[in-house]
Design a protein. Structure first.
Lengths: 272, 184
């Protein structure tokens, strides 16, 4: 349903901005829906929008499904693209905050790089496993102790299907698709990320010590080693209690470490 | 709109003495005189004027020039706002404080009307002040985000040259993009 807006800006003025300025402005619009609307403002604006080759998209899982399925019968064109020259599509899926009042407990990101017939898909998943307290990880989610294929079950979700659909019906120019899936956006005091082995070690260490003992300094150093894939996004070293602990999984074993770290930072950036 | 941004920055700082401790050896700050298209004279410190790439290259071409720099197509009001912005940026250059800079930039932008903002863009573009242009473009992008087509048309003063049928077809094709639009 289209609502006609009656209250418009009071001042009406003629603007004569040069083309490159308008394009520069539109490139800064981080909302694809706004861009789509801009493209229907006038033919000149439609031409500007068609020059933008990197599209961000923030929507819920359901909305993305609608956009994709709407386009399927027709063409290789996917509906989020207002034109066919898009090179880069970034989709951020999120739950509507007032519906999902639970804390986000996992996040995932699919990153597809397309090079002609070669499609390289990487997957990064992070799961919240507990809260760091003085001496121990509290509220440990029991599933963490379950088999590692649990994580793959988490990511075998609609997100993956959406990626498949986009790849199958992609515009020829498309070179990269990033889908990140974030549930809710609850305020976090801080985050720690580590791999499964590291987390297991930490727990064993903690079990072998007195539960009243605070985290030792060797842990602090160890946690901040980048090769441990453990990050303190908040650099408040004094105040770590209550920070959430996130366990991360990379789908592909062959990932280059640096690439993986960048993905992780990108993925977790969604929570900031 | 705040009154401070409305008053053109005419011959400010002429009475200001450099407060730095090493002033004895420092040269007196050179002033550059700019003239807007509506014949207002702006006297600014050289460091501020050098933020304007256009003015800078003017002096690079004729280093000894003491003439007034004419700025055709630039009117006094947006120019005074641009000068105000650049003066602050120089302070941040000398004394980097990202948080303060962000705060200042945000305040500078929010108090401007739509018209003030878009009037400053051609000035920043003409004077080649890249940082300001970036900031202004982002501010405009933020102002049209999640707004209706009609709002965007009004904002940019665009005449709709689509036929009713064409526009209806566009809206049908991307119906999802026309829902949940903010109030104008």
């Amino acid at each position: 349903m289209i609502t006609v807006r009656s209250r418009l800006i009071k001042e009406h003025y003629k603007l004569d901005l040069p083309d490159e300025i308008i394009l520069a402005i539109l490139e800064k619009v981080q909302d694809t829906e706004t861009l789509v609307r801009c493209s229907s403002a006038s033919k000149r604006f439609q031409a500007f929008v068609s020059k933008i080759d990197s599209l961000p998209l923030i929507c819920t899982q359901g909305e993305l499904s609608i956009m994709l399925s709407a386009a399927l019968p027709h063409s290789i064109r996917i509906s989020p693209c207002p034109h066919e020259d898009v090179k880069c599509l970034e989709v951020k899926l999120c739950s509507v905050p007032n519906i999902a009042r639970c804390r986000a407990n996992h996040a995932s990101m699919f990153n597809a790089k397309i090079d002609d017939d070669q499609i390289d898909v990487r997957r990064t998943v992070a799961i919240q496993v507990g809260v760091l307290t003085r001496g121990f990880i509290s509220k440990l989610i029991p599933i963490f102790l379950a088999k590692s294929n649990y994580y793959f079950r988490i990511s075998q979700n609609e997100t993956e299907l959406c990626l498949d659909k986009i790849l199958l019906h992609r515009p020829k120019t498309l070179r990269s698709v990033v889908i990140s899936c974030v549930k809710d956006s609850y305020p976090f005091r801080g985050k720690v990320f580590m791999s499964r082995v590291q987390l297991a070690n930490l727990m064993l260490d903690q079990l072998s010590k007195s539960s009243h003992q605070p985290l030792g300094s060797q842990h602090e150093d160890w946690l901040e080693e980048p090769e441990n894939a453990a990050y303190w996004l908040k650099k408040q070293h004094r105040d770590r209690e209550g920070e959430t602990l996130w366990h991360i999984v990379y789908e592909s074993e062959s990932l280059h470490k640096l690439t993986a770290e960048r993905d992780l930072k990108e993925l977790m950036g969604d929570f900031d | 709109m705040s009154s401070s941004t409305d008053s053109p920055t005419l011959t400010t700082e002429t009475t200001q003495l450099s407060p730095q401790p090493d002033t004895e050896t420092a040269k007196p700050t050179k002033k550059i005189t700019l003239k807007s298209s509506d014949n207002q004279i702006f006297e600014v410190e050289e460091s501020v004027a050098m933020e304007f790439a256009t003015v800078k290259s003017f002096f690079e071409d004729s280093p000894s020039s003491t003439d007034i720099v004419p700025l055709p197509n630039v009117t006094a009001k947006p120019l005074s706002q641009v000068i105000e912005f650049c003066k602050e940026q120089i302070k941040f250059k000398a004394n980097p404080d990202e948080a303060q800079k962000k705060k200042y930039n945000a305040e500078f932008l929010t108090e401007k009307s739509d018209k003030d903002l878009v009037d400053m863009i051609p000035v920043a573009n003409y004077l080649e002040i890249k940082d300001l242009l970036d900031v202004l473009n982002q501010a405009v992008a933020d102002r049209i985000e999640n707004k209706s087509v009609e709002y965007v048309r009004n904002f940019f003063g665009i005449d709709n040259d689509f036929t009713a049928e064409e526009e209806a077809a566009l809206r049908r094709e991307h119906a999802w993009a026309y829902e949940g639009v903010d109030e104008d």
